[in-house]
Design a binder for this molecule. Sequence first.
Ligand code: NCD
Length: 296
Amino acid sequence: MDLISIRDLNKETVGEILDLANDVADGKKKPDLKGKIIATLFFEPSTRTKLSFQSAAMRTGMSDLDFLADLSSLKKGESFADTIKTVEGYADILVVRHKKEGSARLAADMSEKPVVNGGDGGNQHPTQTLIDLFSIRRMKGKIGELNVTLMGDLKHARTMRSLLYGLSMFGANVTLISPKGLEMDPEYIKEVEEKFKVKVKTKNEPEFRDADVLYVCRIQAERFADPYEAQSVMKKFRLMKSDLEGTKKELIILHPLPKINEIDAEIDKMPQAKYFEQAHYGVPLRIAVIDYVLRK
Ligand code: NCD
């Protein structure tokens, strides 16, 4: 099986992966994948996604082939397609990240081996969404009926697109907050609303008194046509400690990371800040994903 978009999964499958990740995190299950090889092909920068996939693979006994784009034949002009067709012969599962939307789907169409999307441009990042759902379920005991606010550059962030879909699948009440001009694609919101019979709220002001979960992402400067425009919104849209006054006592703050300056450093020390714990859940969750994908 390939895992390219959160749309490829139904609620039952997501539930199975989250349950498996839970057992892995609690030490109740330990998939044994000794002898298998994972290839991590990241054509765009990454810290968490790549390293947690590698850590997950090593913890199951797998070995990792790390494709380093800058030191590869890509530099000689080799195509993405030829790279994928070559590496699929060297590994049992491929994790692919690329700046072009649709690149992971293209890799999956070309490869006989399972392909997992590690992020394709501004489109999808399904394993990050599984980590997010896993984190919310572990920290809050449920996903449905929670008020979840997604705040940041919702136009360009693939994590937010995938997450809106995943949260709506579980019946969470989602509010989207973004600076003017960086709203999520209304067509995509409509698709999610119709599919899951939910109502998604949208705002341009940071207001989250009702939120149980506040999920922040950075301004995706690399996807702006005008870099000055990105800098100017980065200065205006920041979460400060004072913004948390009057919010729910049990509020948790999540972020896919990397964060740049959209969350004031003082917030890192507050009990609400859960983003590093969330990042650490990347390992059990990706162990579950690798095991699941290889079995299906
Ligand atoms: C995100 C990504 O690459 O989309 N990072 C991640 O995988 N945790 C978020 C981002 O870059 O803003």
